[in-house]
Design a protein around this ligand. Sequence first.
Ligand code: G6P
Length: 613
Amino acid sequence: MCGIVAYTGSRGAQQILVEGLKKLEYRGYDSAGVCIQDHKHLGLMRTKGKLVELETALQAGPLAGNVGIGHTRWATHGAPSVMNAHPHTSVDGQIAVVHNGIIENYSIIKIALEKEGVVFKSETDTEVIVHLVHKFYKARTDAGEPGDLAKAVSEALTHLEGAFGIVVVSSYEPGVLVGARRGSPLVLGVGDGEFFLASDVAPIVEHTQKVVYLDDNDMVVLNGTYKITNQANAEVRREVQNIEFSAEQVARGNFEHFMLKEIFEQPYTVLNSMRGRILPEGTAKLNGLNLVNQEMRSIQRVIIAACGTSFYAAKVGEYLIEELSGIPVEVEYASEFRYRNPIITDRTLVFVISQSGETADTLAALREAKQKGATVLGICNVVGSSIARETDGGVYLHAGPEIGVASTKAFTSQVTVLTLIALLMGRMRRTSAEEGMKICKALAKIPDQIKEILLLNDQIKSIAREFKDKENFLFLGRGYNYPVALEGALKLKEISYIHAEGYPAAEMKHGPIALIDSNMPTVVIAPTDALFDKMLSNMQEVKARGGRIIAITDAEADLGKLADYTIVIPKTLHMLTPLLSVVPLQLLAYHVAVMRGCDVDTPRNLAKSVTVE
Ligand code: G6P
């Protein structure tokens, strides 16, 4: 998804912007650009493809100046190209804008502007913004009044529908940057005599720890100091926060890819997600939920809305909450939930789950649920994100920044947090203290058990080598491990571009069984729970058709000739197995993708944070 970085201060802007854009690469992009203001001139450089193209172009023709805006674009309107790359400039080349989001009414504005003689240079929705700003700026100067960039931006914003985070620079007002947001994130970094604006803190953190998360409809003007105004143009104060994580945490460390680093972080990130939240009496303490016990007890139904990996974590949550609390749970794709007419009463509790806290569909689902009067709670990783701020309460994952586009550590932290929520709700209803304590004890062991699984990395790598050239995979699981099968298939297809399907194991005979042959490996998640024997039968069915099996199991017993490869994970309670069984699947997908030469951290066509519908 598009990334914005902007700088104003006394240092050269070019280097800061390019380095900042590199920190935003993980969001996914297809082109990039910068615009730097130097006295009465704006210097523009845009390239298609990876950032190295932009760097090379800037080496050949460096741009001087201490104020500038930069952008990585992920195409929505108009193909990836230099002309469609941001920044976009006004007709006279004196004003430039970068934008993240979608202007929904852009075609109406475009037609109106074209009638006024504006010639558009790109196919983007963004370009209307800069022409509107220019129009309002000129209207003032043509009337003999002094130009006012901030006023022109503010006026332009009143014409825009949709979602945006924008930053505007102009050679009419040297040194000034104007930023604004509605629906898309924008963070202000407050340095020593310098300021930054960015889509998230990653490009800011190496320069300053002090940030201000702008609210929806905020506009900020930077001109040696900063001033934030709201939609009513009234000045507002927003809290200056200290960023929780260091630049080092954002960096890749010694790992070849962020994804591998994040897989290996899981013993610590899972621990962080439960730290201080487990009580000795076998329940959980989740202060952020903001629900008094009475409200919690009166809940009759739970809905969880999410997308992607967060959706699969939600599916595990469904099983957990129903088993421990007896409250019926429905899990919905956020994109579906928002467009139907969901039944919500005042006894319905809605959770939205989002690693980034910025996924447009999940944010819209949250707003829809609130609109219908539900209490909406968030499970997010990114502190201060839109979803975290708009929910009535929630639980942070505390998993640290997740940079790899394919989500890994966020999944295990989401499942950990959902376990705690299920425990809390369960202990208010039908889970005994004894059962609660048993779960807490087992949960506390999970971080060390993940460490044990990570020791199997080499074994999993050699299995990956064996299967790396296959073009189809089937993942089977039952009960708690059905969502894990879905997540395992998603991981593989996201980063290795292999077609993979996740299925409930028993459902295999109603379709996928027709596909099985020696070229279609099947990954089976078969812990020794109540469904173990049934799983063995499903494996027999695969074997009987010449299929090859990779089994993930905690069985001490030999799976005999049923599995071609067996990855043994430690034993835990059946409800906690997803926290363990998913780890070998993450590693398998990772190694297969690396061996196929795929761009693991920034896979094609995908974005880390999908801030458009
Ligand atoms: C994108 C990412 C996925 C992620 C999904 C939901 O598709 O590529 O990895 O699971 O968005 O993101 P969220 O931030 O809402 O959890």
